[in-house]
Design a protein around this ligand. Structure first.
Ligand SMILES: Cc1cc2nc3c(=O)[nH]c(=O)nc-3n(C[C@H](O)[C@H](O)[C@H](O)COP(=O)(O)OP(=O)(O)OC[C@H]3O[C@@H](n4cnc5c(N)ncnc54)[C@H](O)[C@@H]3O)c2cc1C
Length: 492
């Protein structure tokens, strides 16, 4: 079959590779100049900045893609294990070192009475992992499939939030934060995200946190190389501006795409890695949309956005590890502002990615290359980022200079930032959301837009907005689901 993939994020490239391995003719059209989507990269004056994902988990998911062609990922990129995983800096200068080897000692350092609770938490997280992770590559396109897992979800208490779940095992507030922040990496509020996501804790503890030498972009390049070596075609600067459909019986079906408003490209199957809300609203004519009307799309809850500052520095800040989390004093209130009140909070919590702690190849000698990420509301906040961006950036840099990075501003060689408007304008993300639909229980599995379009035949979805959701492991798994749906080997 002739298959078109719209977009070259991790979900799109993975779907393209999988379909190619089944003998189909596969073409990717990508709006931007380079692949990766959220995992785009910027290169400037000897510095290489990964734009987005940095915490690599579940490396076997990459290996699976290479094995489809009897290849090994190590011949395309090199992954190394990080230890410790993160350092967590609390507002009163307490530091939690989040690792595999000495995590229990850190728990004891904060509260000796939480040691047993932590051990129990790890056991529960393991149980949830083995149930939950097995669902990430299953298509939830029928209600029956959802009903089948309902007893398990009830048993696992999936209705509880991650924070609530953690709090049942752990008393100390610092530790509760340290073990509940993970949903933020996939666009979820720890106070609202289903506790199924505590599986990430076990995933990290058992298989580790990884880094790709050269940056996450080297994984993207490796996957694209595999795809093109095997005969796949990828075109850049090629924005799909319409998905061609026609009526079939009482429904409709996809039959190709229009590129850059002019060129027609026919296909028997169209796979969208483009943002799901944007796709339905802008690429599919209204007459073909029965369920996914504008009202339906507006009724979903979309995840937060991000403000990210990229810095090339004249010196190194060796006191910062590869991954740092900097917590503000408030936690729930800050998250309420971001997720519920759509207000840029007064305080900010930050994630700092400093890959030069591990890899000197991505910056000139003796220099640091890093990004500083602050979760902010999506564009429902109506913040004017073209003016507020500069103010917000200065506030963050001033704070870091005062706390963990002395003389920061005078050591900046390169500086630029992205705001929610980048996600809207560059990546075509509805409301500038950085992770598409929020991962709450009522927007998960069957309740998330399905991997096979409910409105248009021959149209499929991969990526953050469909099941299972955001994060590299999730979007790569969505490609596996789509491959099976196309091959008709799995129906529910
Ligand atoms: C700053 C940041 C940090 C993150 N950190 C992590 C992390 O550490 N670990 C982790 O696992 N996850 C992380 N994530 C989440 C993860 O990066 C994403 O969930 C995942 O990469 C999204 O992949 P995707 O397949 O949905 O595609 P996307 O990356 O969203 O790519 C979609 C592609 O489609 C293209 N496109 C859109 N519209 C069109 C069109 N009309 N025509 C042609 N092309 C189009 C876009 O240009 C883009 O290239 C992070 C995300 C961000 C933003």
């Amino acid at each position: 079959m002739n298959i078109v993939v719209i977009g070259s994020g991790f979900g799109g490239i993975s779907a393209a590779i999988r379909c190619l391995s089944k003998g189909h003719k596969v073409t990717i059209f990508e709006k931007l100049k380079k692949p990766g989507g959220r995992a785009f990269w910027f290169e400037k004056d000897g510095f290489t900045f990964d734009a987005g994902p940095t915490v690599i988990t579940a490396p076997w998911l990459f290996e699976e893609l290479f094995s489809l062609f009897d290849k090994k990922s190590k011949d395309y990129f090199q992954l190394i294990k990080l230890e410790p995983f993160y350092k967590i800096f609390f507002n009163d200068r307490n530091i939690f070192t989040y690792s595999k080897d000495s995590i229990i000692n850190e728990v004891i350092k904060f509260n000796v009475n939480d040691a047993d609770g932590y051990r129990e938490f790890l056991k529960s997280s393991k149980k949830i992992f083995y149930k939950g992770f097995s669902l990430i590559d299953k298509p939830f396109i029928t209600l029956r499939s959802m009903l089948k897992i309902l007893p398990d979800l009830i048993k696992l208490r999936a209705d509880k939030s991650v924070y609530k779940f953690v709090s049942e095992y752990i008393q100390n507030e610092y530790l509760r934060r340290a073990f509940s922040f993970h949903p933020l990496f996939i666009g979820g509020n720890p106070f609202k995200t289903t506790s199924i996501y505590v599986l990430i804790h076990y995933l990290e503890q058992k298989w580790g946190v990884w880094y790709a030498m050269g940056g996450t972009n080297s994984i993207v390049k490796g996957l694209c190389k595999l795809f093109t070596e095997q005969g796949g075609k990828i075109y850049y600067d090629s924005e799909v501006t319409n998905i061609l459909c026609d009526k079939k019986g009482r429904g409709s079906r996809a039959k190709g795409v229009i590129i850059n408003k002019k060129e027609k490209f026919e296909a028997e199957v169209v796979i969208c890695n483009s943002d799901i809300a944007y796709t339905y609203k802008n690429l599919i004519n209204r007459e073909y949309r029965k369920k996914f009307t504008d009202n339906k799309i507006n009724s979903y809850k979309y995840s937060m956005s991000l403000f990210v500052i990229y810095l090339g520095l004249k010196r190194k800040y060796d006191t910062l590890p590869h991954h740092s989390i900097v917590f503000s004093k408030s936690y729930k209130e800050l998250l309420d502002d971001i997720f519920t009140n759509y207000k840029v909070p007064e305080e900010f919590s930050l994630y700092i990615h400093r890959p030069t702690a591990t890899d000197s190849s991505i910056a000139p000698e003796g220099k640091d290359c890093l990004y500083i990420l602050s979760p902010v509301p999506n564009l429902l906040s109506r913040t004017n980022w073209s003016t507020f961006g500069e103010i917000y950036k200065n506030k963050i840099l001033e704070f870091l200079e005062y706390t963990y990075m002395p003389e920061l501003r005078e050591n900046i060689e390169i500086e630029f930032f992205i705001t929610p408007e980048y996600f809207r304008d560059k990546l075509n993300s509805y409301l500038g959301s950085a992770f598409s639909l929020e991962p709450i229980l009522l927007q998960s599995a069957y309740f998330r837009p399905h991997n096979r379009s409910e409105d248009v035949q021959n149209l499929y979805f991969v990526g953050a907005g469909t099941h299972p959701g955001a994060g590299i492991p999730g979007v790569i798994s969505s490609a596996k689901i789509v491959e099976r749906l196309i091959e008709n080997s799995e129906e529910s």
